[in-house]
Design a protein around this ligand. Structure first.
Ligand code: SF4
Length: 212
């Protein structure tokens, strides 16, 4: 069989996800824009599951930017200490809340560049927020999206930004936000880093890793 073209690979894989996974939501629990920002900052180098364990108590005490901006670092640290990098993250949360109040009227800004001015918010976090909150066609490339996209043959990018550029150029706009979740969940549960479960993978037929 002739090797798939890049266009065919994208089309088959996207069609499969649309038919089998449909609209996707983030697995992070949150009740308002600020809480999503907090949860995404906390999720860097940490699992969503662990983040969802600590955020109920955190959000009970600091439900919005106003309350978090008044918090002491050590009180926030106490609530998030089971998360990776709790010292830096407790500072990011309080400083971000303060900057939101001072510079953005307490609202999470829509622009990626403005979001990236907030402490603890890099390009990946900003893309997640823009995609989930503001429905912008943005592809946040985390470790799962990076690995799965390269294994599938959707990108040969050597950096997250190169993979982001390839995915954004080739996935139809209306599916970019969903595709972010499809690839993350696929990486988390099927195409795992150490052992991809190719035998139970629905997109096996279009995956370059297994020779297609
Ligand atoms: S076939 Fe294997 S390597 Fe390819 S996407 Fe599926 S699990 Fe990953």
């Amino acid at each position: 069989m002739a090797r798939l073209t890049l266009k065919q690979r994208y089309r088959h894989i996207i069609d499969w996800f649309v038919a089998n996974k449909g609209i996707q939501q983030t697995e992070l629990a949150y009740a308002n824009d600020f809480q999503l920002l907090v949860a995404v900052i906390l999720s860097a180098q940490c699992t969503d599951k662990r983040v969802n364990i600590v955020t109920p108590a955190l959000f009970e005490k600091y439900p919005d930017a106003e309350t978090m901006a008044e918090a002491r670092y050590e009180d926030v640290l106490e609530l998030i200490k089971s998360i990776s990098y709790p010292n830096s993250k407790s500072r990011y949360l309080v400083d971000t809340a303060r900057q939101l109040i001072e510079d953005f009227g307490g609202r999470v800004p829509e622009s990626i560049d403005k979001m990236m001015m907030l402490p603890g918010v890099g390009r990946k976090t900003a893309n997640v927020i823009a995609s989930v909150l503001y429905k912008q066609p943005r592809m946040a490339v985390d470790t799962h999206v990076f690995r799965v996209s390269r294994r599938l043959g959707l990108s040969e990018g050597k950096t997250p930004l190169q993979v982001e550029t390839d995915l954004t150029a080739n996935i139809p706009k209306q599916y970019i936000a969903d595709a972010h979740h499809w690839l993350i969940l696929h990486g988390r549960y099927v195409c795992q880093a150490r052992r991809p479960h190719c035998e139970e993978c629905g997109i096996y037929d279009w995956c370059r890793y297994v020779g297609n």
